[in-house]
Design a protein around this ligand. Structure first.
Ligand code: GLA
Length: 378
């Protein structure tokens, strides 16, 4: 059974009828450009084939009522009376709250939600949950779908409802991605350019380690970047080249210098990686991925033992062009670029090697670049 069939079947079981719509939002993997988005910098993510689906029908009162297949429980809230609590429903409530703050007039719906994006793995299950909810409200209410605007409202859920100072990368790519393409995003102007991913496999390797307290460490990095920019006399770390930065390092403590060096050098790597991708020069791309990983490990200090081992296991395979941790870090997934015809051998070898060293079973996902948020049945 496909996931679409699964939400459809559960909807019929719970509501005794066919749904009116099925909407879907994907997860994402970031190829390069980590911890740059909240510094107004550059990123290169793509949407993946794992997603969250909602099967729904409109309601004509004020109640949003949802059955979660993953949690096997119901959740509900009133549109006119949204208050902060905790749990999976917060993403949907927060989204409804900020849509209404932005003067969208919302109608209610009821439905079934199911997702196959592993949680806490750095593949943006939360952005998918926000955007799939936005799409559900769009289908039952009367407004035009502006993908960028929906991404910005979803980011507010993270920043203001959940207190995570995250950037716009996840929401923007989840909202706007195109099948077959990676997106290069300028996180200041939000300008996005799509680059085809040809003849190359993107392999996602889940260390199956999850770290607690990620949010507080993330916010700490955010604050350090802001502080470094202030001391350097610039608006954000986007506003300085690596060359200029090297002449000004005396303005910073050793710690802030390391944090800033990661962000500034990472922005330059994204630009270089974009050029490499244009020429299908995967060798150079792979080297930039490794440099990104080293910088995240040593300067930004958001990698982990499991992530470092996973990257090493990947790099030992001759079919691998490059690998790095992906997402916020401290656990979760690494990503590798691999010659397409060897992906099975690559995946098996990495799983075996990683198990030998960590005594943990890794999960490997092979994913093409998928479409962003959309309605799949109406
Ligand atoms: C998380 C955040 C993003 C981004 C990455 C790190 O995924 O949600 O905004 O900052 O971490 O690159």
């Amino acid at each position: 059974m496909t996931n679409e069939e699964k939400v459809l079947k559960t909807f019929k079981e719970k509501f005794g009828q066919e749904p009116k719509y099925i909407v879907r939002a994907p997860g994402r993997v970031n190829l390069i450009g980590e911890h740059t988005d909240y510094n107004d910098g550059f990123v290169m993510p793509m949407a993946i084939e794992r997603s969250i689906w909602i099967a729904l029908r409109p309601r004509f009162d004020n109640l949003v009522k949802i059955y979660s297949v993953n949690n096997q429980e119901w959740g509900e809230f009133e549109l006119a009376n949204i208050e902060k609590e905790s749990g999976w429903l917060e993403y949907i409530k927060g989204l409804a709250f900020y849509l209404q703050v932005a003067a969208y007039s919302l109608n209610a719906w009821e439905g079934v939600i199911y997702g196959d994006i592993p949680r806490g793995a750095g593949l943006s299950s939360s952005a998918a949950l926000e955007l799939v909810s936005a799409r559900a409200f769009f289908e039952v209410s009367n407004f035009t779908w502006d993908a960028k605007e929906m991404a910005l409202i979803s980011q507010k859920v993270e920043n203001d409802w959940l207190g995570l100072n995250s950037g716009i990368m996840d929401q923007l790519v989840v909202a706007t991605a195109k099948k077959g393409f990676a997106s290069v995003i300028d996180c200041r102007s939000l300008e996005t350019k799509n680059y085809p991913i040809h003849n190359i496999a993107v392999v996602i390797m889940d260390t199956n380690t999850r770290r607690g307290l990620v949010d507080s460490k993330y916010n700490e990095r955010f604050a350090q970047c802001q502080e470094a920019a202030k001391l350097l006399g610039i608006k954000t770390l986007r506003d300085i080249s690596l060359k200029e930065f090297e002449e000004k390092t005396s303005l910073l403590s050793t710690l802030l210098e390391k944090r800033a060096r990661h962000v500034i050098s990472e922005n330059e790597r994204v630009i270089a990686a974009t050029k490499a991708l244009e020429k299908s020069d995967y060798k150079t791309f792979g080297q930039l991925m490794l440099a990104s990983h080293k910088s995240l490990e040593n300067d930004f200090e958001v990698s982990s033992k499991a992530l470092n081992i996973m990257v090493d296991c990947a790099l030992k395979q001759i079919s691998c062009y490059g690998a790095r941790m992906t997402g916020a870090g401290f656990g979760g997934c690494a990503v590798a670029l691999v010659e397409t015809k060897y992906i099975q051998d690559f995946s098996n070898a990495v799983r075996n090697l990683y198990y030998k060293q960590m005594n943990i079973h890794a999960t490997v996902y092979i994913s093409g670049a998928a479409d962003g948020t959309k309605t799949v049945l109406f």
